[in-house]
Design a protein around this ligand. Structure first.
Ligand code: NAP
Length: 247
């Protein structure tokens, strides 16, 4: 077995998770990646030199099967999740809310709960939860997603209290607009609508966020980066965005 530190990244078949996994491999970690689409995940793993394992964070037995296959863990990056829909609360779709809470909130809890013993045993564990600016502010049409990400933030802060005295750091990364498949998923595969949030502005890239993750996990072991809020220069709040006029 290699003596490299081991990182686990959920939601690594796309976007921030893929970039985080690539940057962690480049920084000397042995990386295990999980997501539901095993075909895509395997391509990512082959391209970057990671190990792909099927994972559905909404399914407790899938989480346990995944975690049993990981021999040890130093870093856990919880990136699996996202938003579904843009309905007001008056028109809320219960199934979408349930899925958002299940993947973003309960999924993070399930991964943390399953891997805590291995992180503690490592002597230097680190949990990195990808929340969002939606965890610190709200916007019309974002009710289900902002509620879920506020819960991720609360879960993350609670963990930091409960793990005090143990060798496990806890970091929240809260990005603004990042151009990934996030909007495509949110708008049910509608590619035209998915482009709109990024029109006339320069969003963050998944690599921008991945660099912040790697920076946080490579600080000396006694340093805990609590929260990093990372926005595009063009974005002041979830709804206040500077857009260049169309030519
Ligand atoms: P993305 O490109 O859509 O990636 C989402 C990833 O989550 C995919 O790999 C997807 O893989 C995985 N996933 C979704 N449900 C899952 C489940 N039940 N079990 C396992 N994996 C699951 O979006 P992204 O922007 O990288 O999003 C990553 C995280 O960043 C999310 O938590 C999102 O809320 C957060 N975030 C995104 C932005 C943004 O603007 N993009 C901003 C702030 C925060 P499979 O479909 O293959 O399972």
């Amino acid at each position: 077995m290699s003596n490299k530190p081991i990182a686990v990244v959920t939601g690594a078949s796309s976007g921030i998770g893929t970039a985080a996994a690539a940057h962690l491999v480049a920084s000397g970690y042995q990386v295990y990646i999980g997501a539901r689409r095993l075909d895509r995940l395997s391509k990512v793993a082959d391209a970057i030199g990671a190990t792909a394992l099927e994972l559905d964070v909404t399914d407790a037995s899938s989480v346990l099967a995944f975690c049993e296959k990981v021999p040890a863990v130093n870093v856990l990056v919880n990136s699996a999740g996202g938003a579904l829909g843009f309905e007001t609360i008056a028109d809320a779709d219960e199934e979408k809310w349930r899925t958002m809470f299940d993947s973003n909130v309960l999924g993070t809890m399930r991964m943390v709960r399953a891997l805590l013993p291995k992180m503690e045993a490592s002597g230097a564990g680190h949990i990195v939860n990808i929340s969002s600016i939606a965890g610190i502010e709200v916007y019309p049409g974002g009710g289900g997603y902002t509620a879920a990400k506020h819960a991720v933030r609360a879960l993350t802060e609670t963990l930091r209290l409960e793990l005090l005295g143990k060798p496990i750091r806890v970091t929240e990364i809260a990005p603004g607009l990042v151009e990934t498949e996030f909007s495509l998923v949110r708008f049910g595969g509608d590619a035209e609508r998915a482009k709109k949030p990024y029109e006339g502005m320069t969003p963050l890239t998944a690599d921008d966020v991945a660099e912040a993750i790697v920076w946080a996990v490579t600080r000396p072991a006694h340093v805990n980066i609590d929260t990093m809020v990372i926005r595009p220069l063009d974005q002041a709040t979830a709804t206040l965005i500077h857009r260049k006029p169309n030519n």
